[in-house]
Each structure stands twice: as C-alpha cells, then as structure tokens.
Design a protein around this ligand. Structure first.
Ligand code: RIB
Length: 310
C-alpha cells in the first residue's frame, strides 16, 4: 500500500503577465497578456503529487478573502485534502506577481501574507493529528516562516516520515535543520546560497555543486535541479549521477521545480526506488513547462507514463 504525501508549504494566487521579454528595472513595456492561476510552492507541489494518484494532504494557510476561497477550491478540485489548510482572518492570501517572457523564463515577486503567519506550534499540532507518519513522505518548501519550516521537518522526523526539503527560496535556513532532512532539492543558486558560496559566481567554474552538496549534513541525497539541464543527484554514500530533462517545447517554466518535488514525493510514497523516482520527477517537471501557469501542465499518471523514456 502506498504511503501518504504530506505537503507543508505556501498557497498563493499567481497574477501572470506574459510578454515578449522581461522589462529591465525602471522600464515599462506594453503588449502583454494577463492570466490568473492558482499557485504557491506548497499548493503546486500538492497538486503535482495528487495528479499522479497520491493521497495528499496540504498543511498551510490562506487569508479570509476571495483569493483564499479560490485557492482552496482549486486544491480541492485537484483532489488535495485541505483539512489542514487554515484560514487566518488577519492576513491576506499570498499573492505572486509573475512576469513570463516568450522563452518561458520568469521573474516572481511574492507577498506572502497568511503563509508567513502559520505558527510553528499550530503546524506541530496539525502534524501530530496525523499520527504516525511511518511509510509517508513529508515535503516542505520554504515560502513559510523559517521556524515553521524547521518545526515541520523536526516533527516529521519524530513521527517517522521520510522528509524532502525544497529550500526555495533559500532564505532564513539554518543548516542545522538538515539533520531532519532525508532528501534536499535545491536548484544551483539555492545550493550556492546554502553553502555560503557567492551566488553571483554560479556560472563560474569555481562553484562545484558536488562538493557543495557533500558539505551538507543531509541523510540520503542532495538533488540539484538544473532546469533544462535535468538534475544532478549527490547521494550521501556513493557516486553522483545525473538525469537529463526530456525534450519539450517550454512555454512557461513557472512551477517546474514544484512539479519535480511533488512527483518525487508521490513516487517515493509509492515505494519506488530513488533512481526511478527521480526519473519520473524529471519527466513531470519537463511536461509542466509545456502549458502556461504553474499547475496546468503537470501530468497525470497516464501522461507521465507516455512521456517517460523507454
Ligand atoms: O514555484 C512557483 C510558485 O512560486 C508560483 O506558483 C508562485 O506562487 C510562487 O510561490
């Protein structure tokens, strides 16, 4: 029997303007189109796992406004259990302003609102209500108050879950938390930030992601997501290995990392080995870039099976 996927993370509404190119600081450009989509790293990851057939519960917070109602309705429609999605009447639902260019690249600015008000003790109680998490996978992203993300990882470890920590954004993280983490999933910039390397030197040969990953006290593996370059997996014991992305025509890379994390959690909760789980997650992330919106391109189990390299 498959385990559950418990997602702890942000729930936002994404306000997206798509245009030929991204404006420079201080510049105004016209000619774009506007769309509103459900988003937030936690919400996206939960939907990615649910689309693939996982039993998913999301722990997070929304405001008592129309955006919150829409965000919750989208999660429920996707099959996510939102019993642990709390409403904070003193805060607004998280909003992400997203600009996407013709190549599918984006810039994002988030007003976190209620996401930052989810308190560690409240989260701990929600986790405790789930009982033993043995056989379950707990996936935490970092658009939350740092103490809350830390409490989620600590609580999950104590309850016996396998833990995935997506350190996005890589702000306010204490490397000491990583002792509660089985699998860490930074992108290259987040790995550089976590290890104190100069983020401005990301493309220089001076930054070695394998060495950086090995310096972190993670229990099982660091999986570095590299966008169209696929992923680099650095196990705690054993040689690093890579998985290439599958070839797709990307129109919007927003949420590709979330698709990766949700699909990884779903596959691990099904009991699949790490290598197979990573291959499935890479394919899910590639497919997620083929439609506009963070969640729209996330595959079902059948769509993923059809896209997996044979
Ligand atoms: O990872 C993509 C997500 O980041 C968007 O949906 C946006 O809400 C921000 O949280």
């Amino acid at each position: 029997m498959s385990g559950r996927v418990i997602v702890v993370g942000s729930v936002n509404v994404d306000l997206v303007v798509r245009s030929a190119r991204l404006p420079a600081p201080g510049e105004t450009i016209t000619g774009g189109s506007f769309e509103q989509h459900p988003g937030g790293k936690g919400g996206n990851q939960a939907v990615a796992a649910a689309r693939l057939g996982a039993s998913v519960r999301l722990l997070g917070a929304i405001g008592s406004d129309s955006f919150g109602l829409e965000a919750q309705a989208a999660l429920v429609a996707a099959g996510v259990d939102t019993t642990g999605l709390l409403t904070d009447s003193r805060a607004a639902t998280g909003i992400a302003l997203i600009l996407v260019d013709a190549a599918g690249e984006n810039v994002i600015s988030v007003a976190s609102g209620a996401n930052l008000r989810l308190a560690p003790d409240v989260l701990e109680r929600e986790l405790e209500a789930l009982g033993s998490l043995a056989g379950d996978v707990l996936l935490v992203s970092n658009e939350l108050a740092p103490a809350t993300a830390a409490a989620a990882l600590r609580g999950a470890r104590a309850a016996g879950a396998r833990t995935i920590f997506n350190p996005a954004p890589a702000l306010g993280i204490d490397v000491g938390w990583l002792e509660f983490v089985d699998i860490l999933t930074p992108n290259r910039g987040e790995l550089a930030a976590l290890t104190g390397s100069d983020p401005a030197g990301l493309d220089s040969s001076g930054f070695d992601p394998v060495l950086a990953a090995r310096s972190l006290p993670v229990r099982e593996a660091v999986i570095v997501t590299l966008g169209s370059g696929g992923v680099l997996v650095v196990p705690r014991d054993g040689a690093p290995w890579t998985v290439p992305a599958i070839g797709v025509e990307a129109v919007d890379t927003t949420g590709a990392g979330d698709a990766f994390n949700g699909a990884l959690a779903a596959a691990l909760a099904e009991g699949r080995p790490l290598e197979e789980s990573v291959r499935r997650a890479v394919a899910a992330a590639s497919l997620a870039t083929t439609r506009v919106g963070a969640r729209e391109g996330m595959p079902t189990a059948d769509e993923l099976a059809a896209a997996l390299p044979r």
